[in-house]
Design a protein around this ligand. Structure first.
Ligand code: HEM
Length: 137
């Protein structure tokens, strides 16, 4: 569910009359798993978004409309930068050959039910980065 909102005036949405003062919740969880919109809708397939422009009403991780997330631009840059830095700076290994369990846990942010465990070892590049910042080069 996205953040609850309250209608500031009587309005109509999707054929429903919504009186002023109604608490409205958008079920983004269901919209993002709608089998009429997405092929294999419950599978984790990030490649489905490669090179395609998706209609905002079908994909709304940051909400939509005038109360959508004002930090979305910053967030998208930071997520890419953080992931890139982790891949660039560490060698990663899985701790077992068992298939990763992607089952969802409870909570508004839908954490994994079983936390992902991995091993990481700093790459040599880290020494260079730390040394350069220590010497302020
Ligand atoms: C991956 C990171 C983030 C996600 C997934 C996310 C998602 C969301 C969502 C779903 C909403 C509610 C939209 C709605 O009510 O329809 C929201 C609102 C908001 N977000 Fe984010 N957000 C993220 C990062 C950020 C960052 C980095 C900032 C600030 C620097 C930020 C500031 C806000 C604010 C102030 C609101 C309230 C906007 C309003 O009610 O008018 N968010 N965000």
């Amino acid at each position: 569910m996205l953040v609850p909102h309250e209608s500031s005036a009587d309005c109509k949405n999707g054929g429903y009359n919504i009186p002023r003062g109604t608490i409205l919740l958008v079920n983004a969880w269901a919209i993002h798993r709608n089998p009429n919109v997405w092929d294999d809708s419950t599978s984790f397939k990030p490649e489905r978004f490669e090179g395609v422009e998706v209609e905002p009403s079908k994909l709304m991780p940051f909400g939509m409309g005038r109360r959508s997330c004002p930090g979305s631009g910053l967030a998208q840059r930071v997520v890419g930068l953080t992931l890139g830095s982790l891949i660039q700076s560490f060698d990663w290994k899985r701790i077992s050959e068992e298939e990763i369990d992607l089952a969802e846990g409870k909570g508004a942010t839908i954490p994994k039910a079983k936390p992902l465990e991995a091993m990481c070892k700093a790459r040599n590049i880290i020494d260079v980065v730390v040394l350069e910042s220590a010497l302020n080069v």
